[in-house]
Structure formats: structure tokens, C-alpha cells
Design a protein around this ligand. Structure first.
Ligand code: PEP
Ligand code: MN
Length: 297
């Protein structure tokens, strides 16, 4: 036994752990956020961009607490076609402005191959959501933008299926791919999904790609997010993705799992000790934006 309990699919070629001499580090910009190095990537923000005020206030709060990537959906994959579908291009512009005010990078979801280029113009990283993990046309389209891609695990995807989806992106010549565990469907409605933290060390044996964890969608319960976020870092995750909202009770989507600014602050305060225990550290203060330029939340 060489530490690989199951033989991986033979079609995992480009993303296979043996395809590179060492684990990959995916950087969003020079000196900026990166995934897979010593520094953690802390991606935080609302489920959906709702207004300029909401995204600017959230960007300020998460930057102040130590995040380096602003998350938020402009194109939302909603279960019901009658639910809010996102602000689209207007939302992208609002998020870009908010991120720039506080020195943050942007990660946001692409739902339609026709939007890949427009999203790539205003975001450092393109997200493929759980519902689209096997949308091969979309995987090719985001790969072809050349931008880093955050590939979420499908709602019921096996590790091999997930890595083969990453292989589709890699085949476009773009290997700047980060995996994101966000929980899988389970029999138990006590949590929204079943957060599979065992994949974090497992992925490190199967692929050179870095992996982060989203404990917000992974649990669906705000009170469980901090514990599972810390556990994710302890398990070796290269970062986390967390939903934060100025007023979770009035959020248009995913309010139940969104942290308040104060909750996010407390969570981030407990992070350095856990990170240090596994040889990682929090993002350094972003260059160019003095902390005193960030208003208190
Ligand atoms: C999201 O991150 O906004 C999202 C929709 O997550 P998922 O695709 O994991 O459900
Ligand atoms: Mn959400």
C-alpha cells in the first residue's frame, strides 16, 4: 500500500498527482491571493450580490477580518425559476468596485458559456457551481478564458467524476484549477449537505490541484460554519469559502447559512492558531490598502 487506497481513473492524466513534481499553487495575481501555498486563501462574501451598499459593506467587513478574496453571485443557479436570479452584469460591476476599494480579488460563478468572457473581464477567478460540475461545454468555456477556475464538487459527484471534470478544464491548456468541497447530498436533512472533509487529504493523494472547503453550503447552518471551517484548515485545505451578509435575516438567498460581520470576525480570530498547527498562515495584509482606510463594520 503506497498511501493510495483506490486506484484512480486512468483518464486522470493532467490533473493526476504524478503529472507534476509537486503540488500546484494557483495565484490570482502577482503577490496576491494564492491557493496551495503557505498562505491560506480566505474567500468570503454574500451568497448573492443584492445591492451596491450590501456588497461594499461586506467587502469592507471581510477585508478587515482578514479575507483576501470577495465572493458573491451575480448569476445565481437557483433551484426555483421564480427565485431571485442575480443582478447579472450590473452585479459584476458592483462587486468589482467593492473589491477594488478594499484590495480584494473576486471569485464569481459563471452559469452560461456565453457569459464566460464577460465574467472573466471583471473577476480574477471563475466559479463553476455544484449544479454545473459536469456541464462540459461550460467547463471548456471557462478553461478557455485562461483565468483561474474554482470547481465545486457536484451535489452527488464521486471524487473521480470531480477530477475528470477538472481534467476537461485542464485539457483547454488552463491548469489553474482549484477544487472546492461544498458537501454532498445525504439521507439526513439535519444539515443541508454532508460536508466531506475526508476528501481534503484524499485529494492531495490523487491530484496536484489545491482544494478549499465551503462550510456554508456544506452545512447550511450558520452556527456550524466556524467549526467546520477550522476543521477544513486542520485537514489541510488551501483555504475556505464562507458566506457573510450584513443582515442574514434579510438575505435574498442562503441567509440561514450566512455569518454576520461579527460572527465572521470571531471565526477569523480563531483561525491563525489552527493554520499554524498545519504550517499555514492567514493572508498578509493586502498591499496598497492601509487598514485604516477600511471603516469599522
Ligand atoms: C455558491 O457558492 O454561490 C453556490 C451556488 O454554491 P454551490 O454551487 O456549491 O451550491
Ligand atoms: Mn449560497
Amino acid at each position: 500500500m503506497n498511501g493510495r487506497p483506490l486506484p484512480p481513473s486512468r483518464d486522470l492524466r493532467l490533473v493526476h498527482v504524478d503529472a507534476r513534481e509537486r503540488q500546484s499553487v494557483v495565484s490570482l495575481r502577482p503577490g496576491g491571493p494564492s491557493f496551495g501555498g503557505e498562505e491560506l486563501a480566505i474567500c468570503a462574501g454574500p451568497c448573492a450580490i443584492e445591492s451596491r451598499e450590501q456588497i461594499v459593506a461586506t467587502a469592507a467587513a471581510v477585508a478587515r477580518a482578514g479575507a483576501n478574496v470577495l465572493r458573491g453571485g451575480a448569476f445565481k443557479p437557483r433551484t426555483s425559476p421564480y427565485s431571485f436570479q442575480g443582478l447579472g452584469r450590473e452585479g459584476l460591476a458592483m462587486m468589482r468596485e467593492a473589491a477594488d476599494l478594499y484590495g480584494l480579488a473576486v471569485v464569481t460563478e459563471v452559469l452560461d458559456p456565453r457569459d464566460a468572457d464577460v465574467v472573466a473581464e471583471s473577476a480574477e477567478m471563475l466559479q463553476i457551481g455544484a449544479r454545473n460540475m459536469q456541464n462540459t461545454a461550460l467547463l471548456r468555456a471557462v478553461g478557455e478564458t485562461g483565468k483561474p477556475v474554482l470547481l465545486k464538487r457536484g451535489l452527488a459527484a464521486t471524487v473521480d467524476e470531480w477530477l475528470l471534470a477538472a481534467e476537461y478544464i485542464a485539457l483547454t491548456g488552463n491548469e489553474r484549477i482549484v477544487l472546492c468541497e461544498r458537501g454532498v447530498r445525504s439521507f439526513d436533512p439535519a444539515t443541508r449537505n454532508l460536508l466531506d472533509l475526508s476528501v481534503v487529504p484524499l485529494l492531495a493523494r490523487r491530484t496536484h490541484l489545491p482544494a478549499i472547503v465551503d462550510p456554508s453550503h456544506g452545512t447550511g447552518v450558520a452556527g456550524l460554519v466556524a467549526a467546520m471551517g477550522l476543521a477544513a484548515v486542520a485537514a489541510g485545505a488551501a483555504g475556505i469559502m464562507v458566506e457573510v451578509h450584513p443582515d442574514p435575516a434579510s438575505a435574498v438567498s442562503d441567509g440561514m447559512q450566512s455569518l454576520t460581520f461579527a460572527e465572521f470576525d470571531t471565526f477569523m480570530e480563531s483561525m491563525p492558531a489552527v493554520a499554524a498547527a498545519v504550517g499555514r498562515r492567514l493572508p498578509q495584509r493586502f498591499a496598497g490598502v492601509p487598514l485604516n482606510a477600511i471603516p469599522p463594520s
